[in-house]
Design a protein around this ligand. Structure first.
Ligand code: FAS
Ligand code: PHB
Length: 389
């Protein structure tokens, strides 16, 4: 088989890149390890930056998002049994879109199927050869048969546990990692959201987040121990603990109910450099991970796709490799700013096991500064709605 771009990974990064390339007549095949249903069964991000909204519009897959998503002008920060609001629209003129990653991925899969673009599911043993040549190849097995695809470029969109990053020689890679000493226990419940905007809470018992997917589907998270297991948490235990972490003023609006999904996610910051090796380009979680506190994971994958799409467009349209040659530098400049914001917000909102009394006073001072200072709120708002591409 032959194509122009092989995209490894059928998550949001790979699908968005594939849809944008289709829009300019560049042929790409997506290789996905799982089934479509499995990919769509994963519950992940919920907040889209303005940049990602724009890319989905550019890809022609923004219709359902605009019809069913929620535009949020700000968010609430809860601390010491009180809350204050950070007004994104006032400080930046921009907003965010609350629309689940699952729905973004569903819309992208539907669009890909509708335009007849090739997606191969259930692939195994994907291998990249010749990435450091002008004729890379990707081989894989599906239903017991081995296949090889020759191409111009390979987009490694296969997430943190994928094969692409590991295909770059170890001596070429520089990796940076920070593992946080806690995780997030998240549930999805068919209940009305507790508030019409998100609530991020720093409480003496730990972090909590109140989010949503629609008027009758809520997403909640509480900080939990790394040793915690989902089976240790009944729904009642979860609701009881969540209530202990939220201000009294919202408890009367909290609707509890059975969880339809419950999972624990570890928190880490991770970056690999460079994000390019020859004709292999890494996108999204294949290259970097952020703690979900700042809602930057999916959104930083989107900016990678933007830069890579710009490079591939210039190459195929004008035979100009310059934007491809600058891909890693441009993507990493924004990746590190997303890493910083995610680290800052996670450090501000969580309780760390080894926190000293001085550390706690620093958190209180930072929260008071954010509560009372326009410049501090503007800095947070600019990062939250998404720094420019
Ligand atoms: P993805 O991991 O989504 O997709 C990679 C795809 O590649 C997967 O479908 C996988 O099956 C496939 N793949 C892997 N190896 C392969 C191989 N060898 N061959 C072929 N295919 C292969 N971000 C937020 O902003 N907010 C959140 O609340 C949030 N919560 C998260 C919770 C969890 C448990 C996780 C893991 C991540 C969370 N994230 C969150 C981050 C998440 O949204 C990612 O940033 C986003 O999925 C990145 O998209 P992709 O880069 O496409 O990677
Ligand atoms: C979510 O709705 O899943 C969500 C929202 C904001 C975050 C993290 C997760 O910072």
């Amino acid at each position: 088989m032959r194509t122009q771009v092989v995209i490894i990974g059928g998550g949001p990064s790979g699908l968005l890149l594939g849809q944008l390339l289709h829009g300019i007549g560049v042929d790409a095949v997506v290789l996905e390890r799982q089934t479509r249903a499995y990919v769509l069964g994963r519950i992940r991000a919920g907040v889209l930056e303005q940049g990602l909204v724009g890319l989905l519009e550019q890809a022609g897959v923004a219709g359902r998002m605009h019809a069913e998503g929620f535009v949020h002008d700000g968010t609430l920060i809860a601390h010491d049994n009180d809350m204050f609001r950070v007004d994104f629209a006032k400080h930046t003129g921009a907003r965010v879109m609350v629309y689940g990653q699952t729905e973004v991925t569903r819309d992208l899969y539907d669009a890909r199927a509708a335009c007849g673009a090739r997606t191969v599911f259930d692939v195994e043993d994907v291998r990249i050869t010749g990435a450091d040549s002008d004729a890379p190849e990707v081989s894989y097995t599906v239903a017991g048969t081995r296949h090889t695809v020759s191409c111009d470029f390979v987009a490694g969109c296969d997430g943190f546990h994928g094969v692409s990053r590991r295909s770059i020689p170890e001596e070429t890679r520089r990796e940076y990692e920070k593992v946080y000493p806690f995780g997030w226990l998240g549930i999805l419940s068919q209940t009305p959201p507790v508030n019409d905007e998100l609530i991020y809470a720093n409480s003496p018992r730990g972090f909590a987040l109140c989010s949503m997917r629609n008027a009758n589907l809520s997403r909640y998270y509480i900080q939990c121990s790394m040793a915690d297991r989902v089976e240790n948490w009944s729904d009642d235990d979860f609701w009881t603990e969540l209530k202990r972490r939220l201000p009294d003023q919202v408890l009367s609006q909290l609707h509890t109910g059975p969880s339809i999904e419950k999972s624990i996610a570890p928190l880490r910051s991770f970056v690999t450099e460079p994000m390019r090796w020859g004709r292999l380009f890494l996108c999204g979680d294949a290259a970097h991970i952020v703690p979900p506190t700042g809602a930057k994971g999916l959104n930083t994958a989107a900016s990678d796709v933007h830069y890579l799409f710009e490079g591939l467009s210039a190459f195929y349209r004008d035979n100009d490799p310059e934007a491809l040659d600058r891909y890693s530098e441009r993507a990493l400049a924004r990746v590190w700013k997303a890493e910083r914001f995610s680290w800052w917000f996670s450090t501000l909102m969580h309780r760390f096991p080894d926190q000293s009394p001085f550390d706690l006073r620093m958190q209180v001072a930072e929260l008071d500064f954010l509560r009372s200072n326009d410049a501090a709120q503007r800095a947070m708002a600019e990062n939250y709605v998404g720094l420019p591409y």
